[in-house]
Design a protein around this ligand. Structure first.
Ligand SMILES: [Zn+2]
Length: 98
């Protein structure tokens, strides 16, 4: 799930790594969430609007400010989809190797 639509028709971006959600923002004129409407610090991994991810969500992925900072420090963050997959296959925690 990369975005969540509220009852009022606004959209929250959902962080692809930790699941944190932004405040609700209005959609751009093309009906899509725009990075420029999100609070400072959020980042976008652009995908075609028609691109379908393994969890069924479509379009761009979003990263919250905290995860963007961790990525900038060089940490490799597993996406929630990857983490679910590895937990299902190994049943163990993910080790960082540090
Ligand atoms: Zn995050």
């Amino acid at each position: 799930m990369n975005t969540v639509t509220t009852a009022s028709g606004r959209v929250r971006a959902c962080c692809e790594f930790c699941g944190r959600m932004s405040r609700p923002v209005a959609l751009a004129s093309d009906g899509r969430l725009s990075l420029f409407d999100l609070p400072r610090g959020w980042s976008e991994a652009p995908f075609r609007p028609t691109f379908t991810h393994p969890d069924g969500s479509t379009g761009s992925l979003w990263q919250c400010p905290a995860c963007v900072r961790r990525l900038e420090r060089g940490e490799g963050l597993p996406s929630r989809a990857d983490r679910a997959h590895s937990a299902a296959t190994t049943g163990s925690e993910v080790h960082t190797g540090t």
